[in-house]
Design a protein around this ligand. Structure first.
Ligand code: HEM
Length: 199
């Protein structure tokens, strides 16, 4: 078996590819999304990212002091929702948050974090598809645009994945990563397609 990162990348390729065509992103991809639909999309994404952060924070592995930190990506989502204006901040985006089962191993913890951090990698391309809403402004698309520390966070995670060499732990990571992808797919579906204008 290669590195845990290879194992994860190969093992999740099919579902990752499928998510590129997820209906919730179609109007964003087509650059036709309206503000109302964009607000709904960010709200739903907040529920996913915040839920993952809560689950990652509540699982502690004292024998693994080198675990990478979990960045507060959901805060960028909240900032975007606020930037969308008073009508946006009224809508209390934090009412619905995805619930994860307790993360019981460090391998699984890294698998969840892999999906979370990896989901940011296509973000910048998505941010570029919002010019029709925001012109040249960053406000409103900070989440997709990402921050200066994202590359370093990804490198830290990759180092932690490289250090995970036990096959059983690698399998735990893959199982958790697949479950996190599936959860994303399901969580984003209920109001399919949630980015439809006027939703
Ligand atoms: C329209 C949606 C998406 C696009 C356009 C997209 C695009 C990308 C791109 C360009 C990369 C970098 C590939 C590379 O440099 O090798 C990437 C990596 C990744 N994405 Fe996505 N992505 C999308 C949605 C998602 C979602 C929703 C998730 C998770 C919930 C996700 C998880 C990942 C992961 C884990 C990686 C890292 C793969 C690796 O190990 O290199 N992506 N994505």
């Amino acid at each position: 078996m290669g590195t845990t990162r290879d194992h994860l990348r190969q093992g999740t390729r099919v579902i990752h590819e499928r998510l590129h065509h997820h209906p919730s992103f179609s109007e964003l991809m087509d650059e036709t999304i309206a503000l109302s639909g964009y607000f709904a999309l960010l709200t739903r994404l907040f529920g996913y990212h915040h839920g993952l952060e809560l689950a990652l924070d509540s699982a502690v592995f004292p024998e693994r002091p080198q675990a990478p930190p979990v960045d507060r990506r959901s805060q960028r989502l909240l900032q975007d929702l606020e930037d969308l204006g008073p009508s946006g901040s009224d809508k209390a985006p934090h009412t619905q948050t995805v619930k994860l089962a307790a993360i019981e191993s460090y391998g699984a913890w890294l698998g969840v974090l892999y999906v979370r951090e990896g989901s940011m990698m296509g973000g910048r391309a998505l941010a570029a598809k919002l010019d029709h809403l925001f012109g040249t402004q960053l406000a409103g698309r900070r989440f997709f645009q990402g921050g200066g520390g994202d590359g370093a966070a990804w490198q830290r995670l990759c180092r932690a994945l490289d250090a995970l060499v036990e096959p059983a732990a690698q399998d735990q990571a893959l199982k958790a990563a697949l479950a996190s992808f599936e959860l994303f797919d399901a969580w984003m579906m209920p109001r399919e397609p949630i980015t439809r204008s006027g939703v």
